[in-house]
Design a protein around this ligand. Structure first.
Ligand code: HAM
Length: 422
C-alpha cells in the first residue's frame, strides 16, 4: 500500500529546511527587536472561538474550516488563523493584569480548506504579531513598520503597502446600508454567495472573485466617505505616522479583509510579481475582539503573513537564504587498526564542536573521497595504519588540494585550522 500526502499540504524536505529555519529565525529576531515575545497555542481550539471571531459569514468559517468532533462529541477546529487563539490565551491567562501593553508573536501551521494553488495551501505556516493594549495610531504604524522593515531587510524590493480604514461598528453600519442600496438593483444578477453576503456582510461583495460579479462593484461607495469623525482622525494619524516613518503606502478603499474582527486600520502588503496570490501579509486593528471573546474592552492591532508566499517571493527575487549545513571535515580511514583507533579521535573532534562526517561502511580510499566530496566538506582528515604508527593525521583541503601532516593529538591541531576557517 502506497500513501500520498494530503492535497494542499507539503513536506519541508531536508534540502529546503535550512531556508525555512533562516526565515523563521529571522522573524524571531525582528520581533524581539521590537520587544515581542513568542507565544505558542494549540493547533486546535473550540470551533466556536473562530465562528465568533472570524465571523459566521466569512469564507474562513463558511467554507474553509477543518471542523471535527472528538470522541466526547465536542466540536473543535484546526486553527485557520492565529489571532483568535492568541486573544483567547490573553484573556484566559489574564495578561492584561500583568501589563497594560502586551506584545506577542507566533509562528506555526494554520489550516484552511481552500482550493490549492501556488502560494495557497490547506496547511500553511504563518508568522504573526499581535500588539494589545493601546488605541494610539502610533502603534498601527509601528506594527506595519515591523513587517516592512523585515521584508526590506530580507532584501525584497517590489513591495506595496495598501491601507484602508474599515471604521468602527457605528460607521460600518452606515456604510453597509449604503452598500445595500448600491447593490440592491443588481441582486438577481449576483452569484449565490454574494446574495448571502448582501444581508450578512455587504462589504464582502467588493471582494468576490466570481468574474460576473466584478462589473457590478464599479462605482460602489467607499468606506472612507462614511467614517465618523474619530475614525477619520485615527486614519489620518496612521497615515501621518507612516509618512513620518518614511514608509510609502497606497490608500486602497477596496481592502475588505477576509475576517470579521477588524475595526479602523486594515492593511495588506503586496509583492508585485507573484500573480494572483500576491498578498504576502495582512492585518489590522481589532478593538472589539477581546471583549467579544470574554475579556475586557482592550484595543489591539496585528498582522500575519505566510512563509510559503514569502519564500516564493524571495526565490523570485533570487535572494539567497543561508546555506545547507555541510560537515567541517570528512574523516577518511584506511586499514583495520586505524579504524578502531580513530573512534577516540573522532570523539575528541566532535567534543570540540566540529561537525565531522564518517561512514564505517565505506572502506576504499576512492569511495571515501567521493563521499567526502558529495558531503560538501571543505576538508578531509586521512588516517591510515602508517599515520597511526607515526601518530599523525593528514588534513587535506578539498578546495585547494593542499595537504598537511598534523599530530594525532586530542584533536587540537585539526581544530586550530578548521576553527580559523569558520
Ligand atoms: P489573513 O489575511 O487571513 O489574516 O492571512 C494572513 C496571511 O496568511 C496572508 O496574507 C497569506 O500570506 C497567508 N495565507 C492565508 N491563507 C493562506 C493559504 N491558504 N495558503 C498560504 N498562505 C496563506 C490573518 O490570518 C489574520 N489573523 C492576520 C492578523 C493578525 N490580523 C490581525 N492580527
Amino acid at each position: 500500500m502506497k500513501y500520498n500526502i494530503p492535497r494542499g499540504t507539503f513536506d519541508i524536505l531536508p534540502q529546503d529546511s535550512y531556508k525555512w529555519q533562516f526565515v523563521m529565525d529571522s522573524f524571531r529576531k525582528i520581533a524581539s527587536r521590537f520587544g515581542y515575545e513568542e507565544i505558542s497555542t494549540p493547533i486546535f481550539e473550540t470551533a466556536e472561538l473562530f465562528e465568533r471571531s472570524s465571523g459566521e459569514s466569512s469564507d474562513v468559517v463558511q467554507k474553509e474550516m477543518y471542523r471535527f468532533t472528538d470522541r466526547k462529541e465536542r466540536i473543535f477546529a484546526l486553527r485557520p488563523e492565529g489571532t483568535a487563539p492568541v486573544v483567547r490565551s490573553y484573556v484566559e491567562n489574564h495578561m492584561d493584569v500583568l501589563s497594560s501593553r502586551t506584545k506577542l508573536y507566533y509562528i506555526g501551521p494554520m489550516f484552511r480548506y481552500d482550493r490549492p494553488q501556488a502560494g495557497r495551501y490547506r496547511q500553511f505556516y504563518q508568522y504573526g504579531i499581535e500588539f494589545i493594549g493601546s488605541d494610539n495610531p502610533y502603534y498601527d504604524a509601528e506594527v506595519i513598520a515591523i513587517e516592512m522593515l523585515w521584508l526590506q531587510e530580507l532584501g525584497l524590493k517590489n513591495l506595496r503597502l495598501e491601507i484602508n480604514s474599515v471604521g468602527c461598528p457605528t460607521c460600518a453600519a452606515d456604510y453597509d446600508a449604503a452598500l445595500r442600496e448600491f447593490f440592491r438593483p443588481a441582486l438577481q444578477d449576483l452569484c449565490p454567495d454574494c446574495v448571502k453576503r448582501f444581508d450578512l456582510k455587504p462589504r464582502r461583495l467588493l471582494d468576490c472573485k466570481v468574474a460576473s460579479c466584478k462589473p457590478f462593484r464599479v462605482g460602489a461607495p467607499s468606506q472612507l466617505d462614511y467614517l465618523d469623525a474619530p475614525c477619520k482622525e485615527h486614519f489620518a494619524k496612521v497615515c501621518e505616522s507612516l509618512t513620518a516613518m518614511d514608509i510609502s503606502y497606497i490608500i486602497n478603499p477596496a481592502i475588505v479583509r477576509g475576517l470579521d474582527y477588524y475595526t479602523n486600520t486594515a492593511f495588506e502588503i503586496i509583492f508585485e510579481g507573484l500573480g494572483a496570490q500576491y498578498s504576502l501579509a495582512g492585518g489590522g486593528r481589532y478593538n472589539g475582539l477581546i471583549e467579544q471573546i470574554g475579556g475586557k474592552s482592550i484595543p489591539a492591532i496585528g498582522f500575519a503573513g505566510g512563509f510559503e508566499r514569502l519564500l516564493l517571493a524571495l526565490e523570485k527575487e533570487q535572494i539567497e537564504l543561508g546555506k545547507r549545513i555541510c560537515p567541517d571535515a570528512y574523516l577518511i580511514c584506511l586499514g583495520e587498526k586505524a579504524r578502531l583507533a580513530i573512534y577516540t579521535y573522532l570523539n575528541h573532534l566532535r567534543q570540540k564542536g566540529l561537525y565531522i562526517e564518517y561512514d564505517p561502511d565505506k572502506s576504499s580510499l576512492k569511495a571515501q573521497f567521493k563521499a567526502a566530496d558529495s558531503s560538501g566538506a571543505s576538508y578531509a582528515i586521512i588516517v591510515g595504519d602508517s599515520e597511526l604508527e607515526a601518530k599523525t593525521v593528514n588534513l587535506k583541503n578539498l578546495v585547494t588540494g593542499e595537504q598537511v601532516s598534523l599530530p594525532l593529538d586530542g584533536g587540537e591541531a585539526v581544530y586550530a585550522i578548521l576553527h580559523q576557517d569558520h
